[in-house]
Design a protein around this ligand. Sequence first.
Ligand SMILES: *Cc1c(COP(=O)(O)O)cnc(C)c1O
Length: 397
Amino acid sequence: MSEHSGTRPFGIETVIETTRASLPGYTGVVPLHTPDYSANPAAWSYVKQCIDTGWVSSAGAFVDRFEQMLAEYTGSPHAVAVVNGTAALHVALELAGVRDGDEVLMPALTFVATANAARYCRAIPHFVDIDERTLGVDAERLGDYLKQIAEQSGDGPVNRQTGRRLAALVPMHTFGQPCDMEALAVVCERFRLTMVEDAAESLGTFYKKQHTGTFGKLGILSFNGNKTITCGGGGAILTADPDLAQTAKHVTTTAKCGKAAWEYYHDVTAYNHRLPNLNAALGCAEMERLDQVIQAKRAIAERYIQAFADIEGVTIYREQPFARSNYWLNILMLDPEHAGRRDDLINAMNEAKLLVRPVWNPMHTLPMHADCPRMELPITESLAQRIINLPSSPHLL
Ligand SMILES: *Cc1c(COP(=O)(O)O)cnc(C)c1O
């Protein structure tokens, strides 16, 4: 409403000037999202401790500490650190019971890792549409869709069109904005779907005071270099179930379980997905200042929201009333009539050293996932043409 009562007309130069004006003090290249440890002396000190002691690799105290910090911050009873978010999602899906020939429901608008992780389990991604208000899975339309395609079997819900089991729903919190989790929980309960949350982008994001990634049977986080905080590379599996947590640890650490620590005995074919202590050291240092990082990111979002408020034809995405978002990547949304200008705008902004980028190509448009089942995807297809992510690093404040 008020966001569209603009007084300045849409124009490429206007968008560039307004973005620059939101980031005073940054005259040069402004990357989309980069790490910066200059405000965090603990990062160097913890990494140095690893190097000084030789505990750089697959064992060490920082891994345990990082897991404890993640559990405490998110309120998840258990957190298992792993090598990256993609590996976390793969293992989480396996532990949720996703098997060869199953289908896994997920938004069509996501990073490719969500769909790839289902494929690693030999399952088939099944794409659902998103809600323009949350940018995540549309619970109401998913419910209507499942009414048509799902039937219950002794083994859980089955897609009556393909005969395959619908093994899980993977909501993803797009750019740190939470899905409507209560509405999705109702759909999962009604259709007996297991929920596994892809919270890779939403460390620091809460839905009604509950941290994202803690609603499903399992959830995952990512600490890739472009995420809210990074360990260089890293991920975590969150769960409230102590047995699942123990299994997650076991199968991501080669399932080594000899009677003596020196014995090479392994009881299942497992993964070497451990997070090295060196990376966990960086993670601990970053967790210590996560609250400041989120505060800075929310302040940058507020600047963009204010600065763009009077420009016609564009909106900066604002969190929903139920959300407290980390604003991982800020979203400049073009009105449909300007969708055709998106690529010109992105090119011009990059030439002006504002390293913005569009949202991902939707999963059903990628060759390896093009044949997957899907519902009608009008919102995904519309928003995929209209979203531009603005520079959002916390040190831009
Ligand atoms: C970053 C990301 C991942 C994967 O995390 P990595 O640590 O890069 O493997 C998975 N899903 C989504 C939605 C992401 O943004």
